[in-house]
Structure formats: structure tokens, C-alpha cells
Design a protein around this ligand. Sequence first.
Ligand code: PGA
Length: 249
Amino acid sequence: MRMPLIAGNWKMNGSLTLVERFGEAFAEAGLSPSVEVCLIPPFPYLAAAQRALGGTPVMLGAQTLNPQHGGAHTGEVSGGMLREFGVDYVLVGHSERRALYRESDDDVYDRLLAALTAELRPILCVGETLEERDAGRTRDVVLRQVGAVMARLEPAQRAAVTIAYEPVWAIGTGRTATPEQAQEVMSEIRAYQAGFDRSLAEGMRLLYGGSMNADNAAELLAQPDIDGGLVGGASLKVDDFLAICQSAG
Ligand code: PGA
């Protein structure tokens, strides 16, 4: 049985006030023990989020990390630093990083490896653009992105990775993939993992991301290969995010 994970990616949004509001709301609401929840605010809010969520089961995540341990990398943050702020999860390969900051499959691999070295749990994000989908290349693109990382890992490292399937055309557009579209690709991702190790594939959590909200979450999460969500816009509204967490547990 895979424990669902709902991760809220704030991107470059939010405020200290919002961090406080989330802390209060989650302390009050209580969470089902059968769902894991993770909040992924921008770096400067991690310390405040660690304090505000301290009395709740909500875990902390970061949006990226530098592949290096430290040194002359102005503006960058290492995995070890994130651990000091109680961070458990870290996103790697988000489509915005791939597109806006030119992160290649190799860069994504380096970051994921750095996350594992720092004992963080990487969430590897993959997904096709609309152009790629329309050209019938969804499966090839997604499995290339997955394979570029997973094929280079040791079995024990693979087991620590969560994969988020986020069709680029569904991110921030309000145009969610249908449950069937998401399930189709995510079952391919699981089948690909089964090529390495069947039981690992069975245990691996796969998240869907792309305009998930309080109205469509339950239907998406009911799909056999969708074990949670990576939520952007709807994770900035405390009631919506709570509702999504509740529909997973
Ligand atoms: P969205 O973002 O929910 O706003 O579409 C998802 C993501 O980018 O992780």
C-alpha cells in the first residue's frame, strides 16, 4: 500500500504571513495519518515554515538545490543547508527549471544525486509540452526524462525517488489532464521502473501535477497509479490545499 503524498509547491509566491496562516490552519485542522503532506515554500521562508509547522505532521520541501556541496556559487543553496532547516523533500527537474533556467537531463541527474547524498528525498519532475503531446511523443519524452536519471542510479538510490508527472500544458493553465490521460502516462512510468525491479516499481510513489485543485483532486487520486499530487496554484490557498490533502487521506 503506497501512502499518498500531497506536496504544495509555492514557486516564487507566498509571504511570511501566509506561512503563519498555514501553520495555524494545519495545527487546527489535524491531518489524517494516512496521508503525507509537504509544503515547498521559497528558500527564505523555510526557517519560518519550520517553526510554524513544527507542531503539525506537515513536512518541508525545497524547490531546487545546487549540485555542489558548497563554495563559490553565488546565489545558490546546497542540500546540506536545506537539511539544517528540516527539509525532507526537494524538487528536481521541474519544467520551469528545465525551460526557464535551461536545466538539462544531466543537470537534473546531478541535482538528484546531490539530494540523495544530502539525505534529502528527491521528487523528480517530468512531463511533455503540448507540442510534444500533439506530435504523439508523450511516452518517448517522459520515459527519456525518467530514464536519464533512473538508469544511472543504484537500486537503493532508485527506491528513494518519488516521480511527479506534470504535463507542461497543464501547469498553471487551469487545463488539468483528464484522469485517464494522467493514468495512461503514469502506468507507463511504473512499467518502466518495473524493468529495473518489480517490487520497487510497486512501492514507488507517483504524483500527478498540473492544475490539481480541490474539485478535481479526488478523481485524479482515485486512479491506480496516482499516489498523490504536486500542487502549485491551489497550494497557495489554505482551504483549497487542506481540501486536497483531505481528499487524499
Ligand atoms: P499548478 O502547478 O498546480 O499551478 O498547475 C503545478 C506545478 O508546477 O508543480
